[in-house]
Design a protein around this ligand. Structure first.
Ligand code: SF4
Ligand code: SF4
Length: 140
């Protein structure tokens, strides 16, 4: 069973997102970081990871669930209407990840402007990001 971020429409195996902490929300304008006014990918995919990652990161037990003897996922993401329990705020409004510093590696897999980002935003009825967020134009 793979871990990471996969579309719900497919295997619903992963799901992820890039959301900023509350401090970052205050510090950066949505124009510079579209994730702070989005959160769509945190409410689209199943976010799964090797179970020991939660222990290493110190994730609260209430925020993840065991999927198999080897894999866990963020609570709230293993269901048809996925929404990570760590996400606070309103999709498309001001959002933040309540465990930003402890989020699993799967949460780093979606980048603003990539295919999963586009699909998640479409799923939630959000407009395409401006061209400057297209991956082809992003610095390495
Ligand atoms: S869907 Fe895209 S813009 Fe929205 S939080 Fe995820 S990576 Fe950021
Ligand atoms: S842990 Fe944070 S970044 Fe990861 S899916 Fe949940 S809210 Fe999004």
């Amino acid at each position: 069973m793979p871990m990471g971020v996969d579309p719900i429409e497919q295997q619903r195996e992963a799901g992820p997102r890039v959301v900023a902490s509350g401090a970052e929300v205050a510090a950066s304008a949505a124009d510079d970081n579209p994730c702070v006014s989005c959160g769509a990918c945190c409410a689209t995919y199943r976010v799964s990871f090797y179970w020991a990652e939660a222990e290493v990161l110190g994730l609260p037990a209430s925020l993840f669930e065991q999927l198999t003897p080897f894999y866990a996922c963020m609570a709230g993401t293993n269901q048809p209407r996925s929404r990570c329990h760590a996400l606070v705020g309103e999709i498309g409004g001001v959002v933040a990840c309540s465990v930003y510093a402890q989020r699993p590696a799967a949460c780093h897999e979606v980048l603003a402007g990539d295919d999963k980002c586009v699909a998640a935003r479409q799923r939630h009825g959000l407009p395409l990001l401006p061209p400057r967020f297209a991956l082809a134009e992003r610095p390495l």
